[in-house]
Design a protein. Structure first.
Length: 421
């Protein structure tokens, strides 16, 4: 018979395991704790949506929609897409569930996303995000609260050192239109030197040229007009309220007037948390720089057929946050339960159950050569060992606690296990 070939994993997917999984889980658990402190309610969203949810809201000219979506026709002939981001799906849910009655709503989610990108360190085709959104709040205080949440999350993960909040405003519709016109004029003057992608963007969405990573675009982008000369007084005032709020909350930030977000629906505040050049954080991240990004997307709900509804949100890559964590200390004691004779098996199970009920992690060593079980346990991470063997009397199991008697763990083990001694 021909040898069966084991199928390969899909390019850009990961099997997250061991230390990496601990980091991943720590990021999610910290997010879940901090989001409660800020009053965000968790939501579980479908992993796929009708393609129109993303095509309409993200803008047909964004890279995600034009090149990166995993879209397919299902057996019923409907065009579906694996979610490339959370925001559009959450806004769809807001509309189809009639959540307007609960507005403003503070929602959070986490889970896998899918983009057909060129995989490299920190960039995958299936990756995972944390996501936080406030829907139905048009005031700058919502932007401030979200940014404080992001800042506290990074602090509590211990990764804020060498990471800076870069902040910009994209203004309101009027400011944006005026800025757009100035950008079109500037880029048209340099059209011949622009990359092919940016020539297309010039016709469809010139703001996206500011986002271009193409080397020949960078110099032209560096001289491009900033939004400042085009901001309406309302838009300037809004931005001032955001920055004053951040200062009041002790969140440090830096203005980056070239920062635009990839998606078309952003208005006013746009931000990214980025490792500083040359910092240890930047080194760990490789060429992928953005840890957490977001902004205000007042135009999105309308693009999905809803009433004009202001909203603001952010998303962060779980893998990228995980890469920056120092060793994750799970802070849970582990004890090895070693079964040296099968007569003692039931008693060992009883002990393991009792210990776990008392918040102590247990690894049971009951297989392989009985002589080697104890050796394996001593080589493990366990801080205490409890052995179960045949006793001097036939049919009786004997338990022995082996832990450093000068440490509180020994006392704890004796106390918990006294019941079955
Ligand atoms: P975006 O939704 O593109 O604004 O991305 C928000 C965050 O998700 C980024 O700052 C990254 O941390 C993370 N992210 C985006 N794309 C990827 C990817 N392909 N692989 C891993 N993380 C990603």
């Amino acid at each position: 018979m021909a040898k069966v070939q084991t199928p390969k994993p899909v390019r850009g997917t990961q099997d997250i395991f061991g230390e990496e999984q601990e980091r991943f889980q720590h990021v999610v658990e910290t997010f879940e704790r901090v989001r409660r402190l800020y009053g965000f309610k968790g939501v579980q969203m479908p992993v796929f949506e009708p393609t129109a949810v993303f095509a309409r809201s993200l803008g047909e000219t964004t890279d995600v929609v034009s090149k990166e979506m995993y879209s397919f026709e299902d057996r019923g002939g409907d065009s579906l897409t694996l979610r490339p981001e959370f925001t559009a799906g959450i806004c769809r849910a807001f509309l189809t569930n009639g959540w307007q009655q609960h507005a403003p709503m503070k929602l959070s989610a986490h889970g896998p996303l899918f983009r057909y990108e060129r995989p490299q360190k920190g960039r995958y085709r299936q990756f995972h995000q944390l996501d936080a959104e406030i829907i139905g709040a048009g005031e700058a205080a919502a932007d401030v609260e979200l940014l404080c949440f992001a800042d506290q999350l990074l602090n509590e993960l211990g990764i804020s050192e060498g990471v800076t909040l870069q902040l910009n405003t994209l203004g309101d519709a009027e400011s944006r239109d005026a800025w757009r016109a100035a950008l079109v004029e500037h880029f048209s003057d340099h059209e011949a030197e622009l990359s092919e992608d940016s020539k297309t963007r010039l016709a469809k969405n010139p703001l996206r040229i500011l986002d271009s990573k193409a080397p020949n675009d960078r110099a032209i982008v560096a001289d491009a007009p900033t939004i400042d000369a085009h901001l309406t007084s309302e838009a300037s005032e809004f931005f001032a309220e955001v920055t004053e709020g951040l200062d009041a909350c002790g969140v440090s930030w830096k203005r980056d007037s070239g920062l635009v977000r990839g998606f078309d629906y952003y208005r006013h505040t746009a931000f990214e948390f980025i490792p500083d050049a040359g910092s240890a954080a930047a080194e760990k991240m490789g060429s992928q720089s953005t840890l957490l990004g977001g902004g205000r997307f007042d135009g999105l709900i309308e693009a999905l057929g809803g009433q004009p509804t202001p909203a603001v949100g952010w998303a962060a890559g779980i893998e990228r946050l995980g890469m920056l964590l120092e060793n994750v200390d799970r802070n849970i004691e582990t004890v090895a339960v070693v079964v040296e004779h099968k007569i003692a098996m039931a008693k060992a199970f009883e002990a393991a159950k009792l210990l776990r009920l008392n918040n102590i992690a247990v690894d049971i060593y009951a297989s392989g050569s009985p002589r080697k079980r104890f050796d394996r346990a001593t080589k493990s991470q366990a801080t205490g060992i409890v052995t179960f063997d045949r006793g001097p009397t036939e049919g009786i199991a004997q338990m022995r606690v082996r832990a450093d008697e000068s440490q509180p763990l020994a006392k704890k083990l004796h106390k918990i296990l006294a019941e079955i001694e």
